[in-house]
Ligand binder design. Sequence first.
Ligand code: ADP
Ligand code: LRH
Length: 488
Amino acid sequence: MQAYVAVDIGASSGRLMLSGIEDGKLTLKEVHRFSNGFVEEEGHHRWNIDHLVNEIFTGLEKVKKMHINQVRLGIDTWAVDYVLVGFDGQKLCDPVSYRDNRTRTAIKDLTSDLPKEYIYEKTGIQFQDFNTLYQLYTEDRDKLSQTDKIMMIPDYLGYVLTGNAVTEVTNASTTQMLNLREGLFDNDLLKKVNVFADQFPRLVESGTYLGNISHKWHTKYDLPETEVITVATHDTASAVVGTPGKGDDWAFLSSGTWSLLGAELNTPENGLDAFKENYTNEWGAYGTYRFLKNIMGLWIAQCVKKEYDNKYSFSELAELAAKEEPFQQFIDVNDKRFENPVNMIAELQSYCKETDQKVPETPGQLMMAIYSNLSLFYANELQKLGKILGHPINVLNIVGGGSNVKLMNQLTSDLANVKVIAGPSEATAIGNILVQMITTKQVDNIHEGRQLIAESFDLKTFEPEAGNYASELTDYQNFLHRVLAQAK
Ligand code: ADP
Ligand code: LRH
């Protein structure tokens, strides 16, 4: 059996998953898991990139110990962040995290003489101050002058492993610097941030052979022979590939550190309605677009868990939440104050105090407040998505770690009046592997691949319970209207 390894690194954790096809089914085994996070270093929140490289080797050594001597491997990670590589081929510093506050005014500053509508028309990408465009705008000029190449995180990891560097498009599109029409970096935008197109390694599509892991690593570690394939390197792109959606009325929710809710399109939707709602058109594998909204997601839950000193596991927190009443308070989960607060619990509590609402106190109450409000936000966005696309969404495929939270799946189904299909929770790793299998021709195409996923994993269905929470969504929408109007 040909063995495939997915290296899937999210903002909170990374894993190496081993896969293959056995008796017509896709197998998936977790070989190695490690934590990820940013730390304060040289005045910024930064990722420890060498730690991630080491973890990849540790995982591969475990694969070798399983007597697997030859594998194919793909890497996906979170988007927008990048590594500056000097003329000696080495990184100049650890990459700054998108949650660092260096870009807080960058959108305003950069768009003071370049209208937002113009940038959106060119790129179709949402305005988030963490986009690479704004990060480069605020980048240290000295560092930029010492930079030979700018590599997105997964491209950099592939470069360290193989010595070969590319810029893969699904992730590159999140820079907000690719031109939709030309399919290339946009020189006007690059100029604005003082970088040049040739500072990015050549652009490639998902599903491109990168090369073998360099000999030098084999002398340090006991590794299998490893051929690296550039997959859909943006984790959300891999998650969408790994979503077993069927028909033409489904949407996806990739539910992890972020909640990414949207639809897969064949042509971008970068009109005025999409612009006003700040929907994004990220490039997908095989010529598709991920038309989606970024929602704060389970990052809020991750912070709460940490602030209880990790005393409870996520499943314990979900059990505690299930004992509480939903909808005890309304929260705009996308409020910037939740992006990187000093203390998330205190931030949630002050939000409720300031808006004259019941203050969640216990772990269960806090988690129920998070789950209820994420579900409300999802339902609200599903309505908007249907409106922008001009057709209703009847099925929501929820994938990622968050698809394990039954309570939230049911609440979302009830509020949005859609059928929810939950799973697989490792859709990102699966999408990563599927692109490898399509590249090596073990699977014909993405349709066959998605069918294979549906047949190989245990998916759970949640039907909307009629009459449940009929007024909550409208009340929430009115609440959002009010708080957003006040904030203006
Ligand atoms: P990412 O790759 O973006 O870091 P994941 O897709 O691994 O994130 O999802 C991680 C999140 O999923 C956790 O933060 C947690 O909130 C949620 N999660 C995972 N498993 C469970 C579970 N068994 N019960 C409740 N929540 C879970
Ligand atoms: C999810 C994700 C998301 C981006 C964010 C930076 O991990 O890649 O798609 O918007 O991280």
